[in-house]
Design a protein around this ligand. Structure first.
Ligand code: BG6
Length: 440
């Protein structure tokens, strides 16, 4: 469906996110006809640009033709848009530092933006539970919850959207999806880069705020929530919140890579963690008895995000008399090689009854051909068309903050070598996730 008569506004338009993510995604949507040419894009910010100067900043400008404008400051923006035509819908991207969210929302309302407007924001939504509540309250004093779209870009990833489909469109695993059959769940999200140019932001955050509170808890919610009544955003959010409320963090170990303190923008005495491992449990009927482990960090030996669901061992009889059979495991390969792998035991062809572990593999690239759309493209289109399913509600983000609040900045930080994986302090055999990425 092509979106018509929409004014797409980008506040903080001279910032890095505009050129890196928003413009390429908007350009694809224009080119594919998902945004009709009756719509306009207006950049805004404190710097002065003419329309011409603003257009010249982006490679994609030609794709928008005369539909791309610039207006300095929020004040007068509403009238500026009205002078370009009659736009039934206005979607404002707050592509700014989070410290500006509150004042921008207030200024937008003062300038005349009202119930026809939606605002789209990027994380971080707060720094801890109380600051998140404060930010949400300030935004909700200007716009109602249905007008606010909080982006968690992991929800826009194709392999993440497939988690609910896998669970609720296949009867095969449905009866087993509980602690009676599932021994443990592991989430592994590694990055090879350090903090690069984001040292200042990251040093004030750490990996738990940066990755766990949002992206990785969202993955865990999708994996463990009850079936929603419908696929409507509100029904899905309700189930995510419910399982989030049942989660408890049992332990957390924090690590920092060697050389981190010398990164640009990082304090020489920094105690910020760049890697963390967490043990959780989910205190509900379905999951009590299935431990959950999450580990994530920067400057490790590779980049990749996987979820492992390990089933219980078969009894130690028949083929498993020695207790040596590997348990069935499902690996969701979220990135870079999107796919799902199921590990099964199978007979090795030939004489005796020897059994080996074998992989059944679904590789998105081989199965569906075309590469998956970029997460931002999907999220921007959904925000423009008013589909809130892949966005995070105020209550979801607050509940996730409440869960991690007690472990933030707590405990010592051990060092690990850049390009390695810190030695786990849990008494646990982490799944060998490396071997699965290569299957696609
Ligand atoms: C961002 C974090 O939200 O997610 C970054 O702020 C992190 O620190 C990034 O690198 C990871 O996203 P992806 O899509 O590359 O896994």
């Amino acid at each position: 469906m092509a979106l018509c008569n929409c004014a797409i506004v980008i506040l903080g338009a001279s910032g890095d996110l505009t050129g890196r993510k928003l413009m390429p995604a908007l350009s694809t949507l224009f080119k594919q006809g998902q945004i009709d040419r009756s719509s306009i894009i207006v950049g805004s910010g404190r710097t002065f640009f003419t329309d011409e100067e603003f257009r010249n900043r982006f490679e994609e400008a030609a794709d928008f033709g005369e539909r791309l404008f610039y207006h300095q400051y929020i004040s007068g923006l509403w009238e500026f848009i009205a002078s370009k035509g009659n736009f039934t819908k206005k979607v404002v991207f707050l592509s700014q530092p989070p410290s500006a969210y509150e004042s921008s929302a207030r200024e937008l309302v003062e300038d005349g933006f009202g119930s026809e407007t939606s605002i789209v924001l990027e994380k971080p939504f707060g720094y801890d539970y109380s600051s998140a509540v404060k930010l949400n309250n300030a935004l909700l004093a200007c716009f109602n919850e249905k007008q606010i779209y909080r982006i968690d870009h992991y929800l826009g990833k194709e392999a993440v959207q497939n988690i609910l489909v896998f669970r609720f469109a296949n009867s095969l695993f449905y009866p087993q999806w509980n602690s009676r059959y599932i021994e443990s769940i592991q989430i592994n999200a590694l990055e090879s880069e350090g903090v690069a140019a984001r040292g200042k932001y990251f040093d004030g955050a750490g990996i738990i705020r940066d990755m766990v509170q949002n992206h990785l808890l969202q993955l865990l919610c999708l994996l463990t929530m009850e079936a929603p009544v419908t696929l409507d955003a509100e029904d899905i959010r309700e189930q995510k919140i419910s399982v989030l409320r049942s989660m408890e963090i049992l332990s957390c170990n924090r690590f920092q890579y060697e050389g981190y303190k010398s990164e640009k923008g990082v304090s020489a005495q920094s105690g910020t963690e760049t890697f963390a491992e967490l043990a959780l449990r989910i205190n509900n009927f379905r999951w009590l008895g299935t431990p959950v482990y999450i580990r994530t960090g920067k400057a490790t030996y590779r980049k990749g995000t996987e979820i492992g669901v390990r089933f219980r061992h078969v009894p130690e009889v028949l083929y498993n008399k020695q207790g040596s059979l590997k348990p069935n495991t499902i690996i969701f390969n979220i990135q870079p090689n999107e796919g799902i792998t199921l590990d099964l035991s199978t007979k090795i062809p030939g004489g005796d009854n020897s059994v080996a572990a074998a992989h059944m593999n679904l590789c998105y690239r081989k199965t569906f051909g075309a590469p998956s759309p970029e997460a931002y493209q999907k999220l921007i289109y959904d925000a423009l068309t008013g589909d809130r399913t892949l966005f995070v509600s105020a209550l979801e983000t607050e509940t996730a903050w409440r869960l991690v609040d007690d472990i933030l900045d707590k405990g010592s930080v051990e060092t690990y070598q850049r390009g390695s994986l810190p030695q786990s302090k849990f008494d646990l055999k982490w799944i060998d996730f490396d071997s699965y990425g290569a299957l696609c």
